[in-house]
Design a binder for this molecule. Structure first.
Ligand code: UD1
Ligand code: MG
Length: 449
């Protein structure tokens, strides 16, 4: 039986009180809708269908070629949303899995189990339920004395007896396709003016068909996002899951409550994450590195056996055995080669520091190529911006840049050259030459000695 997933993502998300569509709000660094796409990806070869409406263009752009789109012009409720997929799905598939883009914690495993139950089911619906004292505004599952499902009652329409029911609707269903479209058309508008997908259950029961259900073992999977409190709850659960899986994979996390790792980050074995470490975006960390405390690493690749202490790294590349911090800042295009040491209060942008470079204290290196084993004295600055344009600096291998040197770019400093403390270098310096002063001039050869 062929399966097609339909992901509901057209709603406004009014309760988020946001100019951003609900399904595009980030969770562990990725828009909510990414999680539903990921969860359904391996369940079927058929490309999933995403129902879009509110902020459709941005949702379409985020999802790209991973789905087919159906535009729900007016958002008249979840049943109306599914029905809008009829023109592209009728007669094309056997089972339809409906899930919502605001349910990011549902696992592929749970969805697969739900589909398996429906594959065996002679009736038209299998739905996912959970047991929880806190209702979070979810629909209540009404059963008869024998335990058969009779209906789902939305919280807004529930009476006080129904409100006390602790079995809730997760909002995820697997339907027999050739039954669904007609059933959806038979649903009547609710007192709220919406067509509820939940009413498919009552339609099936009215026909004398049995509705199957699967109960979630871990109710945290059903943390749906309707407002920002839910978003924070989901973030906590997801961070716990992510941290747990990295610890099992051999990463030490000293205080997991304060460590935030985005969903797509990768970390090697025996790396240690100290408190208040944030690993974001596409960050990759090798083995045996120590990161933190109080460190933010974004879209950065860090090699093996590095130490990153109380620093901020964005769009950078660190090879093996690199040390940085405390209070280092690497910006886009910073490339620190094997064994580079960068001490406190350094900033590097769009520059390559070759193996063995030492930059101990208070320096800014921008748009520069630094040769092997160069020593960059405290307070050195590449003056790379003339107010209009950026200019490059090149420093040859084994050069020694004295403390507080201003390197006024564009500039080339030759191999083994030296600059005196406090010099302002405005002209290229040949190899093996010492320059001093403001502006810096070569020293008398005899005095050099
Ligand atoms: C829905 C269920 C509720 C369940 C809960 C679980 C209904 C009527 N209620 O309520 O029983 O407990 O989910 O999370 O289904 N959407 C559209 N088009 C629309 C309306 C909604 O695409 O016209 C999308 C939304 O973007 C969202 C999803 O459908 O992704 C669910 O809508 P939402 O308004 O969040 O429903 P809930 O109130 O959460
Ligand atoms: Mg919802």
């Amino acid at each position: 039986m062929k399966l097609t997933a339909v992901i509901l993502a057209a709603g406004h998300g009014t309760r988020m009180r946001s100019s951003l569509a609900k399904v595009l709000h980030p969770l562990a660094g990725k828009p909510l809708i990414e999680y539903s796409l990921e969860a359904v990806k391996d369940l079927s070869d058929d490309t999933p269908v995403v129902i879009i409406g509110h902020d459709a263009d941005n949702v379409r752009e985020t999802v790209g070629s991973r789905a087919r789109f159906v535009m729900q012009e007016q958002q008249l409720g979840t049943a109306h949303a599914v029905l809008s997929a009829e023109p592209i799905l009728v007669g094309k598939t056997d089972l339809i899995l409906v899930t919502s883009a605001d349910m990011p914690l549902l696992t592929a495993n749970t969805l697969d189990k739900l589909v398996q139950v429906q594959r065996e089911n002679s009736g038209p619906i299998t739905m996912l339920t959970l047991h929880n004292k806190q209702s979070r505004g979810f629909g209540r599952i009404i059963r008869d004395g024998g335990g058969a499902v009779l209906a789902i009652v939305e919280e807004a329409q529930a009476n006080s007896d129904q409100l006390s029911i602790e079995e809730l609707n997760a909002g995820v269903y697997c339907f027999r396709a050739n039954w669904l479209w007609d059933a959806l058309r038979r649903i009547e508008v609710s007192p709220k003016g919406e067509y509820y997908l939940t009413d498919t259950v009552a339609v099936a029961v009215m026909e004398g068909q049995r509705v199957q259900s699967l109960s979630l073992n871990d109710s945290s999977e059903a943390i749906g996002i309707n407002n920002r409190v839910h978003l924070a709850e989901a973030e906590r659960v997801l961070q716990d899951r992510i941290n747990f899986s990295w610890m099992i994979a051999g990463v030490t996390i000293k205080d997991p409550e304060t460590v935030y790792i985005d969903a797509d980050v990768h970390i090697g074995q025996d790396t240690v994450l100290l408190p208040n470490t944030h690993l974001r975006g596409s960050t990759v960390i090798g083995e045996g590195s120590i990161i933190g405390p109080n460190t933010i690493v974004e879209d950065t690749k860090i090699g093996n056996n590095c130490k990153v202490f109380a620093s901020v790294l964005e769009g950078a590349l660190l090879e093996n055995h690199v040390e940085i911090g405390p209070f280092g800042h690497l910006r886009k295009g910073a490339h620190l080669c094997e064994g580079v040491h960068m001490g406190n209060f350094g900033e590097v942008k769009n520059s390559r520091l070759s193996p063995g470079v030492k930059m101990g204290h208070f320096s800014y290196i921008g748009d520069a190529q630094i040769g092997e084993n160069v020593n960059i004295g405290a307070g050195t600055i590449t003056c790379n911006f003339d107010g209009t344009r950026k200019h490059p600096t090149e420093i040859g291998a084994d050069a020694f840049i004295g403390s507080s040197t201003m390197l006024v770019a564009p500039l080339i400093i030759g191999e083994r050259a030296r600059t005196g403390a406090g010099s302002v270098v405005t002209h290229d310096v040949p190899a093996d030459t010492v320059v001093v002063g403001v502006p810096a001039r070569p020293m008398d050869k005899n005095k050099n000695k």
